[in-house]
Every structure is written in structure tokens, then in C-alpha cells.
Design a protein around this ligand. Structure first.
Ligand code: SF4
Ligand code: SF4
Length: 102
């Protein structure tokens, strides 16, 4: 249902959601995963429009496989992964581009 909504309103390229137009600024991003919060629900993996997220092979202290970080060059910084995470376990930060360096 959420996938249908995202496709319907044209948000999959993230240009439609971000008034900052960060994607147009050609910034690069990396995902930050708080592994101990992740419960392996897979929402972020399912709804990432670039499909850059996967499950890590190792487990956290609760026995879940947290999300592993994806390929930075593919991440648009749309933040859909953080918006759909019920446990606030993932977010993205800009790492390289016109205005940012982390
Ligand atoms: S911000 Fe999250 S959902 Fe968006 S492309 Fe990057 S990893 Fe995927
Ligand atoms: S949505 Fe959150 S809790 Fe679910 S797999 Fe992704 S990071 Fe983990």
C-alpha cells in the first residue's frame, strides 16, 4: 500500500518530497544504523526506492540481524528509510557534496 502511494504521487525519485532539492545538489549520503534498536522488520529495505539496504550478517544483542548500510553513491538521501522505521533505528547524513563534509 505504501509502495503504491509512493509510486502514485511520484515520490520514488525523492525530488517530489524534498523542498531542499538535495538530490539536485548532487550530494552523497550514508546511512547510519543504530544496530541495537533494529528489530529486523525490513520496512526500510522494502521501501528504499534505490534498494541499497540489506540485512547485516551479524546479529545485535537481541539476536536480530540489523540493517547493513548500502552503497552511498546510490542513496539519494530521500529519508524514506528513516520515516518508515518504527524504532528510529536508521537515518541518513550527507557525507560529500557542495556544502557538506563529514
Ligand atoms: S535515504 Fe534511505 S530510503 Fe532513501 S535512498 Fe537512501 S537508503 Fe534508500
Ligand atoms: S525499519 Fe528500522 S527496525 Fe525495521 S529493519 Fe529497518 S532499521 Fe531495522
Amino acid at each position: 500500500m505504501i509502495t503504491y502511494f509512493i509510486t502514485l504521487v511520484g515520490l520514488s525519485d525523492c525530488g517530489g518530497v524534498c523542498s531542499m532539492r538535495w538530490s539536485a545538489m548532487k550530494l552523497k549520503y550514508r546511512q547510519v544504523v543504530i544496530a541495537e534498536r533494529c528489530k529486523e522488520c525490513g520496512f526500510c529495505i522494502e521501501f528504499c526506492p534505490k534498494q541499497v539496504l540489506t540485512k547485516a550478517s551479524e546479529t545485535n544483542s537481541r539476536g536480530y540481524h540489523p540493517v547493513g548500510t548500502g552503497e552511498a553513491s546510490e542513496c539519494t538521501g530521500c529519508n524514506i528509510c528513516s520515516m518508515v522505521c518504527p524504532d528510529f533505528a536508521i537515518y541518513v547524513v550527507p557525507v560529500e557534496g557542495k556544502h557538506f563534509s563529514v
